[in-house]
Design a protein around this ligand. Sequence first.
Ligand code: FCB
Length: 435
Amino acid sequence: MSAPLTFPPDFVFGVATSAYQVEGGIENDWSAWEREGRLHDPNARCGRACDHWPRFFDDVGLIQRLGATAYRFSIEWARVEPRRGEWNDEAWAGYRARAEALVKAGIRPVVTLHHFTHPSWFHAETPWHEPACLPAWKRYVERCAEVLEGLGAAIITLNEPNVFLMGAYLAGVMPPGLKDGRKLYAAYANMVRAHVIARQAFLERAKGARLELGISQHLQVFAPERRWHPLDQALTRLAEANFNHAFLEALTSGVLAVQMPGLAAGKTRIDGAAKSQDFIGLNYYTRSHLKFVAGAPFVTFRFKDVHARGLTDIGWEYYPEGFGWVLKQMKRYPLPVWVTENGLDDRSGLKRPRFLFDHWHELLLARAQGVNVTHYLHWSLMDNFEWLEAYGPRFGLYRVDFETLERHETPACGYFRRVATSRTLTPPDEPVPSR
Ligand code: FCB
């Protein structure tokens, strides 16, 4: 089937970042994790990142030059509440001023409240698997709602809770670094409750005005490593259910059902969770192949270059067809779909135009097949700190020189602008490699 090559007039093109990855100068659980030597390179530090906090107002110009009309960024909880119970009012005012600057520039703020990181006190005093996390979170999100009041911002309550929960409570590669299925389920349920609490806080401030709020869910395509093997096949189904869909189902039906044999299980009805999103926020990057292994966590995964296209620079499968597949999966939820992240680690800066074309083509195909995709936010505005890999990967439309902190256009900037402003998908001109 060929797709109509135009985006509708109200389709929103935007770009995304998260605070810790770009702002610089943040002291939180992740900076402590770095000091413990937990990244792939034990000496790597996030440090000043892109220095986006002071440069934000100039960086708004970068967004405008892309023809983008939405910017997804996050509030860093550690910046606004560095010690438990103590607000940093200057930081709160700083976020308000930044959101206002976007609105003034014709760019809608899409604000994430939780993007993997926490204040340094969080895991010791109010961890996600204890009920004490909820009053701490409530206080924080109520203030977020107050500070953003009247700006028409869209809200992402939680970024990829599935990635955070598996990384922090099962694989132990993100703080607090646990491997504990019982705590995993408790944390899972509390994060659903946290979403509901944030929704209530923003609804109260909206005072009847239209609110657009949801989570960003990481959606991955899973496939059995050994196609014929019943256990690999079973793992694929379990991953789809527990990783891709459990959180979204909970925010649809109100029931959180997790069934990870030998690891974590539970079924809980959570008050207020049913129909608690206004859109499905979807982050898509790749496909992974799963293989059963004896002994917890019973699974290994790897990225395979199935179509001989070459893995991406971070080692993930280049698989645009999977984007179409996950978009079509979203038909089971009766809500508009916002792509809140999609991007490529492209260290040459030359491959991203093709990536955009391939993924936008899949998006338009999915739309033609009835998926109501209304937003596409590219990860990322500029190169930034990537969690475990630090500064190796380059996901930015703008290349950042981490010595001088200058931002430079990559060939994808012009291409993004052309498609976002013309709303017509034409293939990119082949970029000329620089010598
Ligand atoms: C996503 C994260 C985002 C970024 C991209 C590459 O899983 O949400 O912060 O690291 O991957």
